[in-house]
Write a protein that binds this ligand. Structure first.
Ligand code: HEC
Ligand code: HEC
Length: 205
């Protein structure tokens, strides 16, 4: 009986405790994030999220919400990745948010166009889509400069090889998180369009 009263008493206090939390406690712990990054993430993503090689995605400038969501889905297995699952496994939701804020605050830069004619094809696809095969313009969701939103990934400045690989994975549904929209988009892209749009995305800042 006394236990029940005690529990009821606690429940009654919970909303007050939750709403009375000082803002400082929910602020992302960037010191902790830097510690995790310099401990292991840097090996592949670089200390500043600039990424060590074209096969690893650049995280600099990426939206913190998107990063935290991907980490949580690598951990749960909702987004399958043999490489990232062990990296995300021991992270708490607070650390995921802090890592997101850490990388979002880093500067990302555009890459020079390697093949201007291919980039021109990519620019057309990105802004206009392909009305003949039903490819939608990428800019309608990812924004005219590929900057994305907290719900939609930033694409600007990404390594072409990573973007291309993700488009392939969306097509085969190997990339299995939230792939309904991107599967439809990726399944309509020709190989030329996939290459071209990935090259164009890399030149955006
Ligand atoms: C051994 C290399 C390696 C290490 C170490 C590593 N990653 Fe990754 N990371 C990858 C690869 C490869 C991918 C692409 C995932 C895929 O498609 O399988 C990725 C993807 C990601 C993504 C998704 C990016 C996007 O645009 O969707 C995030 C976020 C991420 N990593 C964060 C981290 C964090 C935070 C750490 C440290 C705790 C970390 N990674 C450590 C290799 C690594
Ligand atoms: C209707 C909206 C929509 C359109 C149009 C769209 N996308 Fe996406 N895209 C998304 C969403 C949503 C995600 C995030 C999936 C997730 O959260 O796992 C995404 C993810 C991606 C990713 C993975 C990014 C990363 O960091 O891993 C790439 C690459 C991409 N889109 C490229 C494109 C290209 C290229 C086009 C045009 C040909 C395009 N998208 C058109 C909604 C869209």
């Amino acid at each position: 009986m006394t236990i029940k009263i005690a529990i009821l008493g606690m429940v009654a206090w919970l909303p007050l405790i939750a709403s009375g939390q000082p803002a400082a406690q929910v602020k992302p712990d960037l010191v902790r994030a830097a510690e995790i990054v310099s401990g292991r993430c840097f090996l592949c993503h670089g200390l500043e999220g600039e990424s060590a090689s074209p096969i690893f995605p650049r995280l600099a400038g990426q939206h913190s919400e998107y990063i935290a969501k991907q980490l949580s889905e690598f951990k749960s297995g909702k987004r399958k990745s043999d490489t990232m699952k062990p990296q995300a496994e021991d992270l708490t939701p607070e650390e995921m948010k802090a890592l997101g804020a850490f990388f979002e605050g880093k500067k990302s830069a555009a890459r020079p166009a390697r093949d201007p004619e291919l980039v021109a094809v990519g620019k057309f696809i990105f802004h206009r889509g392909n009305q003949f095969s039903g490819v939608p313009a990428c800019s309608t969701c990812h924004g005219p400069k590929g900057l994305g939103t907290p719900q939609l990934p930033r694409l600007a400045g990404q390594h072409p090889r990573y973007s291309e690989d993700q488009l392939k994975q969306f097509n085969t549904r190997e990339r299995n998180n939230d792939n309904a929209v991107m599967h439809t988009v990726a399944s309509k892209l020709s190989e030329l369009e996939r290459n071209a749009v990935s090259e164009y995305i890399a030149t955006l800042d």
